[in-house]
Design a protein. Structure first.
Length: 123
């Protein structure tokens, strides 16, 4: 089903995710490199939304990533999900007062689910 969902463009991600994965040499990174078509460049509207996200949640991007100029996809996938009315699938638990995907999604009214819930929904 996953491959079919990709072919049907039901699954997409930000090119910033691909940029993060390019630093790795594992099965997920190799799979991502072979499926580059699902990683969409952020639009100007998405980039503007990223700025709004980072104003409210500056700690979403860790300081090390900023200092080293490393890609950090979290604000981009949140902006993408918000503007395209998508469900954001992730693997982070909600923690009160944290700057994590579930917390930021709640602030910006973005539907989010954990990976295992996605598998349950899609069978």
């Amino acid at each position: 089903n996953f491959t079919q969902m990709i072919n049907d463009m039901e699954i997409l991600s930000s090119s910033e995710v691909l940029r993060e994965l390019e630093d790795y040499d594992d099965d997920i990174a190799n799979w991502a490199k072979q499926n580059k078509n699902i990683f969409i460049k952020p639009t100007l509207e998405e980039q503007s939304e990223v700025q709004k996200i980072l104003v409210k949640h500056p700690d979403l991007v860790n300081e090390e990533a900023i200092l080293l100029g490393k890609p950090y996809a979290d604000p981009f996938v949140i902006a993408q999900a918000k503007l395209h009315n998508c469900v954001l699938v992730h693997n982070e638990k909600f923690k009160p007062n944290a700057h994590k995907i579930p917390n930021v999604c709640k602030t910006f009214n973005v539907e989010e689910i954990m990976l295992f819930e996605f598998f349950r929904r899609e069978k």
